[in-house]
Design a protein around this ligand. Structure first.
Ligand SMILES: Nc1ncnc2c1ncn2[C@@H]1O[C@H](COP(=O)(O)OP(=O)(O)OP(=O)(O)O)[C@@H](O)[C@H]1O
Length: 664
């Protein structure tokens, strides 16, 4: 085709006639077409082809000119610059971008940037999970926004060398941008895995190497001032995929019993000592250490964990237990831990609490519960968040064969009393630390921290009143004296002080009123809680009565002792399957069944009492067993006969038949 167009072009330039013959030779029937176009359309086909040929030649000429220009440009660039490229997933890549963000973009006032905060997946579910109500308004865990260079080239001068850093488009975004013809930086934001090319005018790479070192040093310095927190956010590839830098929190800013704090720090320091590792290894003791931080919300469990990570220069791996999908995810995340780190397992009490559909480990309510079905099943009856992980899954990662050695596990819980004994046994939890309500001394320290000079010794610029040290101490003492000892959480007091960030005098002046209001609020909340607990208790009692009535009803349908015994066995079997844990406790339970009418016995049994009125230690199974035994006894009584009651051997529940007085 191109040759035909060229021929047409030559034909026009030569006056036409000779080349029409050439064209006729190459395209049979060309003269017929030519006649047709001339007669009917009044167009000279040769001219048309010639114009097209000239336009094609001009465009390909421009293209090749552009190619040549581009080649020349890159040849010059190559000739005049040295460069080092950095892969998208290399840590150095991030460090260079951070340096640029801090030193170039802000100074140059760059107007086209990309912003990073945190990656989200489908968070619809997590918005549903409203956190437990708390009184501090400053429990802020949002990620700061970071501004970085976008696609393209950033120019800057560093140590008298001219540098260019190119952030290169990845193939997918490139396709997108060229398709829509939108400039790269508007076509989409960089995803974080774009390679970088660092170029510098000159024929040596040494200045670039020096620049990269500067970036690394800057990152190290930043790291010293920050704690690296790793979390797992992506739901599809279970890894510690997100890194957050949190400002370092000095341990002194977490207020609780100083002696306990010192002991905890000494314990961790001792554990991290190389000699300790040798000692553990030499004696075949697994080199692990676990701590449980427990107490009400807002008492500093998370803050203490961050402060400890900063103090010992460890990376913090954070897992919020109710958000862990299942045991296999937990295991994968634990397997990916480095040997020396701090793992924070938040809300550990959520493990082992069953969801409404398919309850597991510690459920002590009856199986035929029919209320509360409309409630969000990510919470238990006490509004504690639930986890999909099982207790055995958790124990397995803590000290199973495959569990990593050398790390420190910190677990936090608001409901430590609910934790399984197996979880808190030494080896898994070596030290339990209670973080409770704030003491007056801690209030004083918090006040001083809030209004004292900044960490670097400088006075905060935005403070309206700069008080001398002795005056500040006096105010701190006055402030703490007005706060009841161990009534509020540290978060509450911090929240109050933040309201008077610029005015310590106002903070002291208004504290009594605040205390009064808070106390009233606490009282009201307690009252509400009590009411809710009573209503719950009432409901449970009604359920038990209903069940006991059903049981008694069922008893009436049995004529022979054998049928009765079969029924009892069947019921026992069902309960045994459901209540694995309760079965163990039932082993220890001793139940003394004596005296009382049938109604008495059933009522007492449903209340968790022995027939003689004593409260029985034990579990659901023990209670159910008791009810069954009572019902059996009752049936026997009605029949006027004595029936041997043989509990399954593994239950070892001693039941004294009230008719015979025998114990089995
Ligand atoms: N003991 C404390 N000393 C100093 N500040 C505290 C203390 N406890 C809590 N705070 C402050 O209260 C806020 C919440 O603290 P943090 O998240 O550590 O509490 P928490 O016990 O982990 O709460 P939750 O159980 O709800 O996770 C933080 O801003 C923190 O600075």
């Amino acid at each position: 085709m191109n040759s035909l167009l060229a021929l047409a072009g030559t034909s026009l330039l030569n006056g036409g006639s000779s080349s029409v013959q050439d064209l006729e030779e190459r395209i049979p029937g060309f003269s017929v077409l030519q006649d047709f176009f001339k007669r009917w359309l009044r167009i000279d086909l040769t001219t048309l082809l010639t114009v097209a040929a000239l336009m094609g030649a001009a465009s390909s000429g421009a293209q090749s000119l552009q190619d040549t220009g581009s080649k020349f440009y890159w040849w010059i660039v190559r000739f005049l610059t040295a460069s080092i490229s950095i892969a998208g997933n290399d840590r150095l890549n991030r460090e260079v971008l951070n340096w640029l963000g801090a030193h170039v973009l802000a100074k140059k006032g760059t107007r086209i940037l990309t912003a990073n905060s945190e990656t989200i997946q489908n968070d619809a579910w997590s918005y549903r999970r409203v956190s437990q109500e708390r009184n501090d308004f400053h429990h802020e865990k949002r990620m700061p926004v970071q501004y970085l260079p976008t696609f393209g080239t950033t120019w800057f001068i560093h140590k008298r060398n001219l540098f260019m850093v190119r952030r290169i488009l990845t193939s997918s975004s490139h396709y997108h941008s060229s398709w829509t013809r939108t400039p790269d930086e508007y076509a989409g934001a960089p995803e974080g895995d774009e390679p970088l090319v660092v170029m510098c005018i000159g024929r040596s790479v040494e200045p670039i190497k020096r620049f990269l070192n500067t970036c690394r040093e800057f990152a190290d310095k930043q790291r010293e001032a920050y704690i690296t927190v790793r979390i797992s956010k992506r739901t599809y590839d279970e890894s510690w995929d997100t890194t957050i830098l949190r400002p370092l929190r000095p341990l002194e800013t977490v207020h609780f019993d100083e002696k306990i704090k010192d002991a905890l720090v000494a314990d961790i320091a001792n554990y991290l000592d190389v000699n300790t590792r040798r000692f553990y290894n030499g004696r075949g003791i697994p080199y692990r250490r676990g701590f449980l931080l427990y107490g009400p919300p807002g008492t500093g469990k998370t803050s203490l964990s961050l402060a400890l990570a900063g103090k010992f220069g460890l990376e913090l791996y954070l897992l919020h237990m109710p958000s862990v999908r299942d045991d296999s995810v937990l295991e994968k995340l634990f397997t990916a831990l480095p040997p020396r780190c701090l793992v924070l397992l938040e809300d550990i009490d959520a493990v082992g609490i069953k969801r409404r559909t398919g309850r597991r480990d510690d459920d002590s309510s009856d199986s035929d519960s029919d209320d509360d079905n409309d409630k969000d099943d990510s919470y238990d009856d006490n509004d504690r968040p639930r986890s999909n992980c099982t207790l055995s899954g958790l124990l397995n990662v803590l000290d199973g064969v495959a569990s990593q050695e050398g790390r420190i596990v910190l677990m936090t819980s608001n409901f430590a009393e609910k934790l399984d004994k197996a979880l808190v046994r030494p080896g898994r939890v070596d030290r339990m630390i209670y973080l409770g309500h704030i003491s007056q001394r801690s209030c004083e320290l918090m006040f001083l921290r809030m209004y004292g000079p900044d960490a670097d010794g400088s006075a905060p610029a935005d403070r309206a009143v700069q008080l001398p040290e002795h005056e500040l101490k006096r105010l701190a003492l006055e402030f703490s004296g007005k706060i009841p000892n161990e009534l509020f959480t540290p978060a509450q007091v911090q929240g109050y002080l933040l309201n008077y960030r610029d005015s310590p005098l106002d903070a002291v002046a208004n504290v009594e009123r605040w205390v009064k209001e808070e106390v009233e609020m606490v009282e009201a909340a307690k009252k509400k809680e009590r009411k809710a607990a009573e209503a719950k208790k009432k409901k449970r009692r009604e359920r038990k009565l209903k069940r006991a009535a059903r049981l008694a009803e069922a008893m009436r349908d049995y004529d022979s002792d054998k049928e009765l015994e079969d029924f009892r066995q069947k019921m026992m079997e069902e309960k045994r399957k459901k209540k694995q844990k309760a079965k163990q406790e039932a082993t220890e339970a001793k139940i003394d069944v004596e005296g009382g009418t049938s109604e008495d016995l059933i009522t007492k049994a449903t209340n968790g009492e022995t027939p003689n009125g004593n409260l029985v230690e034990g579990t659901v199974l023990a209670k159910v067993e008791r009810e069954a035994a009572i019902a059996v006894d009752e049936k026997v009584n009605l029949n006027g006969e004595e029936v041997a009651h043989n509990p399954a051997p593994e239950e070892q529940v001693t039941i004294t038949n009230r008719v015979s007085g025998d114990s089995h």
